[in-house]
Design a protein around this ligand. Sequence first.
Ligand code: ZN
Length: 483
Amino acid sequence: MDLVPAPSGETPVKTPVVEVEAVDLAEQVNAETVALEEASSDYETDSDDSENWELMSNGDNTIQILRDEQLHDGLVPGACTLEEAIAYRKRLHDIGKAAFVEETIARETVTAKKLCTAFGIVPPAFLEGAPDEAFHPLLAIAISREFSRRPKLPQYNSIDDAVKLLREAKNIIVLTGAGISTSLGIPDFRSKDTGLYSKLAHLGLSDPQEVFDIHVFREDPSIFFSIAKDILPTEKKFSPTHGFIKLLQDKGKLLTNYTQNIDNIEANAGVLPENIVQCHGSFATATCVKCQHKVNGDAIFNEIKEGIIPECTVCRKRIAEEGLKPQGLKRKRSTNGQQKDRKEFEDSSDEDDYEIPTPGVMKPDITFFGEDLPDEFGQRLIHRDRELADLVIVIGTSLKVAPVAEVPGILPRNVPQIYISRTPVSHTGFDIDMLGDCDVVVSELCRRAGWDLQHQMIPVDEKVEVTPVEGYESRHVFKAIGA
Ligand SMILES: [Zn+2]
């Protein structure tokens, strides 16, 4: 296949109908699924779970995912050959989405229907016989999906490869999620079925995520504080996986631990604050919503544990002082002049803000929906870590939530990326997948690396069985024998 490059500034060709940018969103995965639902009215889902990519191949009128083996075998009529598909994918990565669309669809060198197959999507039956334009929305998704995908590095596959990477790496980025804390009994608050959300039904919220919605918090902080004690780390404990991150730090290999977790347990393990970016904030500090006074998280832990809404001491002091001043409370009233009399007849609770000053609520510095993410994330990743990282280890997260989900795509593609979690993810290509209880996986990796990872939750004589997953050269399941 010989695809002609499209130099910039060339005479305009037919405007591409494929709106690549329309799905070029930060939350790529969600965008894909939403767009897929729009593309196929016959397809129904009750989940926004990206893992459904695989499930979509069930049934007759659904969008089917095409594996490379199927392209190789030539079993799909009208599809690209595997060689063609690989050439198209490489071309896309080389020249970018807009130029790629221009030199293919806009120039009509290939149909959208056929091009979909190059990116692993079978033209759905419900579009059979439709004009080629009908395939453009699907192609846009397919292109964006491929473009955001990091190609797997072929040279890393085995556990030995993973151990070698660990031993040789000097600047490791560790991305962590709820999965590294679940062995401590801390609920995965994003998990819809087993996590905290299931505990929230009784709060009568239309969407459990409202607990972490800043607007809801401002209106009624008691909703958040009614569950905060459940997600607050109570003891100074940490899991073997936290211990593993600390071990990487001790060996001078930890560049940054970007964590989605807000439990601040990394600190319990001894990971230094300068080595952690808490992408969604944490309970480590809290800030007054009124005067922005900041305190250490410890200062309000007792109140949180008792279910009390913590109030700002600075605000309280100021109010007390102002209350002592003559006319301290009346000043605002006097400016209201005529309305004053009327108010005295009303039992108007909405006037409380004017009449009785209240101290601000202390909000833990976890990032709520509707709040900006800490800026440290992008600053550090893009201006420092991107250049330095020589290995990425993703542990205990399915990488569906921004911004951590974007890290693998932001880093140079030659940096090896390995994955440790219970379930594989399909939307990001890792070089090595190590599936199982992450505490078991890291303890076995350390054993094989000759590293001493001691933790009371790791049995001294632990034996771990590692089984390859059939059909995947680089996917392995770890299981503690007898567990
Ligand atoms: Zn305050």
